[in-house]
Design a protein around this ligand. Sequence first.
Ligand code: PA5
Length: 423
Amino acid sequence: MSPQETLASASLTSSSNDDSIELGRRAAAALARLKQEFREGRGPRFLHMTHARDDLPTLEREAEALRARFRHLVVIGTGGSSLGAQAIAGALAPGRVSGGYGLSFLDNVDPEAVTRALDALDLDTTGFLAISKSGTTAETLALSFAVLDRLQKGRATDHVRFVVEPGDSPMRRLAARLGASVLDHDPNLGGRFSVLSLVGLLPALFLGLDARGLRAGAAEAMARTFDAGDVLPPPAEAAARLVALAGTHGIGTHVLMTYGDALEPFGLWWRQLVGESLGKDGKGITPVTARGTTDQHSQLQLYLAGPADKFFTVLSATAPAVEPRFGRGLADALGVAYLGGQSLGSLFAAEAEATARSLLEYGRPVRRLTLDTTDARTLGGLFMQFMLETVITADLLGVNAFDQPAVEHGKRLVIEMLGGVKS
Ligand code: PA5
């Protein structure tokens, strides 16, 4: 099923319609502006990535060269320079392994975890891709140093590649010192909106995944949103609803509950997108991720009967019907006849549905998204749906979706604390 049918079939219901007409009108206007800007070749860069094709042959060649040399690729980077690739690999390559190639991520400077991760690698067959838009992020530089420390001298040139925006930066200088290859990060593309650029696609191509399908799915979702006519399309409708609920009901938390471990990294990508894009000027919507079914036994009590301050999206993928069914005899004998003839997949689907229904029956605002397939096109559409939703929400809140001034403050403090120059 295409993302269009999937997303169009998603219902968005709420306990309140307050302000929604006015916010719907403003969301439609924000969407119209985005569309106009896009048609004029302006506007957010991530919209234009959907139609970019020129870069793909280069990326495919780069990926082929990496695959010819290595069996495993470690992506070094943090935030928007890592989470998109994690989301793609998680959803499309279970276990982050595909066709004999593996992908892993160094995105945290926890020394113990880094040492363990590096110890586990076969350095002869492992390549490293260090990604930092700014080329200045201390964590990514430090992780690169840790990797270089492991590689024998002379090996770094061959084993490490960099993605960084043009212009002088510590990471550019490092690449030049090593004589290592560098690919340009688009300077107009913010980290958390970069999933459809080389940042997400090069690691995906290393695993042999369908980068063109990801972009095509995103382009289709964008076209459906832009060409919805008089109907408020899902990203604009959800943005209006979220802002209405936040304004009139104090519902300032958005819980994304994913059913399917493959979708968990997508949830983390989404959490960063919403958190960093909207949390500024005293405004924002707090994104929370939850894992179905596990968190039904951890968080659901709170969600149903605790403070009514949350909006819910229940996202699930239809499980392929490959697993065995539970025997009726055993189920009957144990007094759990309802499990007889069922499978993990049918139980999983029922649990997702039951969670969404319970939330609704407890009067919680809930949206249900069901993916019939988890392929590159569907995933690309989902990325676009949530990027558009976030940008329109930012417009309605009156904040700039594309900066993160408070994070920059923290980055400066780290430099100061380590005795670097205060900037
Ligand atoms: O979305 C963003 O802009 C941030 O999360 C960045 O991706 C993150 O801070 C890493 O920055 P950089 O890619 O410059 O190393």
